[in-house]
Design a protein around this ligand. Structure first.
Ligand code: PLP
Length: 406
C-alpha cells in the first residue's frame, strides 16, 4: 500500500485509542476503571434535546451554510458578549464540527509550509499532529523551572522568523492549570508586537474552580478592532454542556480570517450537522444551571483526587484550577510514562494517559470526570500496583491479585 508522507507521519490519537482499548476490555467483562477519559458524565441539557428534536420532527434536515446557521451564530454572539464583553458580528463567527475542526481549519487558513506554531508544554495531544497536517512545524515550550507555565520570555525565545502563531489553552489539558493573567497578558502583547496569530483555546474556561474567573484575553489586547486583530478565540459545547457527541465548536475572529476558514470548511465538510447545531442553540439559549452543577461536581472530584494523590508518597501533583484532568509526576516510581500506563492497565485495569503524549515524560494524565467511586478505587489500585509498602494482595472483580512485579 502506498500512503502519503503526511499519512505516515501522523500518529493515532492516543486518547481515542485508549477509549477503544477500555471498551474492548469492558466488553470482555474486565473490571476496567477509566481515568483516561476526556468527557464529563453528565447528560445533555434538556433544552438542547428539545431544540434538536424539534428539527428532527420536521423531517426537514438539510445542508446548512458552511459557517453555521444564523440562529446559532446569534446565540454565540450573545455568549461572547456575556462572557468576553465583546460585541461581534455574524461574519466574525464560524461554527464547526467541534472545537477541533475550528482549530484545524484555522491552521489550514494561516499556515504556509514549514511555518511554526508555538505553544506551552504540557499541551493537548492533538496540537502537534494538527499543525503537521496543516503543513506546519509544532514548537513546544517547556518551563525551565519545571512548572506547567513557561514565562513570557521563554515563549518569546521560541519565536523565530518562521513563527506564524501561538496557541494557549487555559485551563489546560492535561495539567488543569489556569494560566496567570500576567502570562496571558504578556503573550497577547508579544503576539501583537510580533504580528502573530494568537489562538486562545478556551474549551474548558467555564470549568474553573476556587472562585476564580476565566481569563479574558480581550482584556489585554491593544487592537480593539477585531477585524484588524489576529486573536482568534475557540470555544465549544463539548465540555461545558457535556455534549461531546454533538460535535459543535466555534471560532471568533476577524472577518477576513473567518471568511478564509469558511472557504476551507465549505470544501472539506460543508456546515456542521444541522441537528447538532440546533442542539447547541438550545444549550446556549436555555437554562444554564447544568454548567454550574457540572463545575461543582468536578471541583468536588478534584478535591477527592487531590486527597487521594496526597496520600501517595513520591507522587508530585499540582492542584488543577480547572478542567477535569490532573497531571501528577510519577517519575519516582517509573520515568517511562508509556511503560507505567501500560503496567497500570495490564495489572490493575486502570486507564491513564502517558505524559509523553502531552510533551512531558514521567507524568500521567488522570481524569476526574468520572464518579468519586471510580476516582477513589482507581487511585487505590494504582497505589497498590506501585507502592512496595502496600499489602501484596488485592481483590479485583472477584479475582485475587498478587503483586509479583515490585
Ligand atoms: N481543545 C482542547 C484543549 C481539548 O482538550 C479538546 C478535546 O479534548 C478540544 C479542543 C476539542 O473539542 P471538541 O470535542 O469540541 O472538538
Amino acid at each position: 500500500m502506498s500512503l502519503s508522507q503526511l499519512a505516515r507521519s501522523i500518529c493515532e490519537s492516543p486518547t481515542l485509542k485508549l477509549n477503544e482499548t477500555a471498551a474492548l476490555l469492558r466488553d470482555k467483562g474486565e473490571p476496567v476503571i477509566h481515568l483516561g477519559g476526556g468527557e464529563p458524565k453528565s447528560k445533555t441539557p434538556i433544552d438542547a434535546i428539545v431544540s434538536c428534536s424539534s428539527l428532527l420532527q420536521t423531517g426537514d434536515v438539510k445542508y446548512t451554510p458552511a459557517d453555521g446557521i444564523l440562529t446559532l451564530k446569534k446565540a454565540i454572539i450573545r455568549y461572547t458578549e456575556e462572557h468576553y464583553g465583546r460585541l461581534v458580528a455574524p461574519e466574525n463567527v464560524i461554527v464547526s464540527s467541534g472545537a477541533k475542526q475550528s482549530i484545524m481549519v484555522l491552521l489550514h487558513a494561516i499556515l504556509d509550509p514549514k511555518e511554526e506554531v508555538v505553544f506551552p508544554a504540557p499541551y493537548w495531544v492533538s496540537y502537534p499532529e494538527m499543525i503537521k497536517i496543516a503543513g506546519g512545524v509544532p514548537i513546544a515550550v517547556t518551563a525551565r523551572d519545571g512548572s506547567f507555565e513557561p514565562t513570557v520570555e521563554e515563549m518569546a525565545e521560541a519565536v523565530g522568523p518562521y513563527t506564524k502563531a501561538v496557541i494557549l489553552n487555559s485551563p489546560n489539558n492535561p495539567s488543569g492549570v489556569v494560566y496567570s493573567d500576567e502570562f496571558v497578558a504578556g503573550v497577547v502583547e508579544m503576539c501583537e508586537k510580533r504580528n502573530l496569530y494568537l489562538i486562545m483555546d478556551d474549551t474548558y474556561n467555564r470549568l474553573i474552580f476556587d472562585g476564580r474567573t476565566p481569563t479574558n484575553c480581550y482584556h489585554f489586547t491593544q487592537v480593539h478592532n477585531l477585524d484588524l486583530s489576529k486573536l482568534v478565540v475557540i470555544n465549544c459545547v463539548s465540555k461545558m454542556y457535556a455534549m461531546t457527541g454533538f460535535r459543535i465548536g466555534w471560532a471568533v475572529g476577524g472577518k477576513e480570517i473567518v471568511r478564509a476558514m469558511t472557504n476551507i470548511q465549505s470544501q472539506e465538510t460543508s456546515g456542521p450537522a444541522a441537528p447538532s447545531q440546533w442542539a447547541a442553540v438550545g444549550a446556549l439559549n436555555g437554562v444554564q444551571s447544568s454548567i454550574e452543577s457540572l463545575r461543582l461536581t468536578l471541583e468536588n472530584n478534584r478535591n477527592v483526587m487531590m486527597t487521594r494523590l496526597g496520600a501517595f508518597d513520591g507522587v508530585k501533583v499540582v492542584k488543577p484550577g480547572g478542567t477535569f484532568y490532573c497531571f501528577p509526576d510519577f517519575s519516582a516510581y517509573e520515568k517511562d510514562s508509556q511503560k507505567l500506563s501500560r503496567l497500570l492497565l495490564d495489572k490493575v485495569r486502570v486507564v491513564t494517559v502517558p505524559g509523553r503524549e502531552f510533551g512531558m515524560e514521567g507524568h500521567l494524565r488522570i481524569s476526574f470526570c468520572g464518579t468519586v467511586k471510580e476516582i477513589t478505587e482507581g487511585i487505590e489500585r494504582i497505589k497498590w500496583a506501585l507502592d512496595p509498602g502496600a499489602p501484596n494482595e488485592l481483590f479485583l472483580g472477584g479475582r485475587r491479585l498478587v503483586r509479583d512485579w515490585r
